[in-house]
Design a protein around this ligand. Structure first.
Ligand SMILES: N[C@@H](CCC(=O)N[C@@H](CS)C(=O)NCC(=O)O)C(=O)O
Length: 215
């Protein structure tokens, strides 16, 4: 059995954050299909066995089941050294950006994509407008942070980059953001990430979640 088993599916950018790590760190892993769209995470037996919070990703290793992409990435970096911060100060910075990603960037950008592309009912236009405005505000902050620097923290890629980039590689048809046209620093940074050995886009790295239906 591989050292790491990653439960999740291709549509989940939070799962993809961890998948990108495992792939680009060259670790021994396999994906296990768990589909939010199919209702897997809402089943009481799944919650009891894997995550009472009802969320993917779940990373199984050494008989443990780790959850929360930021916590998983932190443990992997500490264990393996791949994409770890180099100094105590940078470790704090990495944590700061991962928290910001979870709360602000992914919190709004992923919800906007979910509502726009995958919600069973069309969202209220004001809800969508709010999520889009928040996403734009957070993208602008990241764009200005990345102008003139290669990586989010320090001079090497870290888990902060992989966390923040988790939702950047989905098609414009899903996100409705054409970042290549509007955010040059973010685009250059995602190209650096995509150049890491072992990198693949979400729907190639993870099963399930073929991008339908789209509205
Ligand atoms: N902060 C969490 C967020 C996890 C999360 O929101 N996962 C979504 C899929 S991307 C999920 O499992 N949703 C299940 C549901 O809402 O029922 C992390 O980074 O792992």
């Amino acid at each position: 059995m591989p050292t790491y088993r990653l439960h999740g599916f291709g549509r989940s950018g939070n799962t993809y954050k961890v998948a990108m790590y495992l792939a680009t760190a060259g670790l021994d892993w396999e994906p296990v299909l768990v589909s939010v769209a199919a209702g897997d995470t809402r089943k009481p037996e799944w919650r009891q066995a894997f995550n009472p919070m009802g969320e993917i990703p779940v990373l199984e290793t050494d008989g443990r089941r780790l959850t929360q992409s930021g916590a998983i990435l932190t443990e992997l970096a500490e264990r393996t050294g791949h994409f770890a911060a180099r100094t105590p100060e940078d470790r704090t910075e990495v944590l700061r950006w991962i928290l910001w990603d979870n709360h602000k960037f992914t919190g709004y950008f992923a919800m906007h994509r979910l509502q726009k592309a995958f919600a069973p009912q069309p969202p209220h236009p004001e809800v969508l407008a709010f999520l889009r405005a928040q996403s734009e505000q957070h993208l602008a902050l990241l764009e200005s942070h990345l102008a003139g620097r290669d990586w989010v923290v320090g001079t090497q890629p870290t888990i902060a980059d992989l966390s923040l980039a988790g939702y950047m590689f989905y098609p414009t048809a899903e996100t409705t953001f054409d970042l290549a046209a509007t955010h040059p620093a973010i685009t250059a940074w995602t190209r650096r990430i995509a150049a890491l050995p072992g990198w693949k886009p979400p729907y190639e790295l993870l099963p399930g979640g073929v991008p339908v239906p789209l509205r």
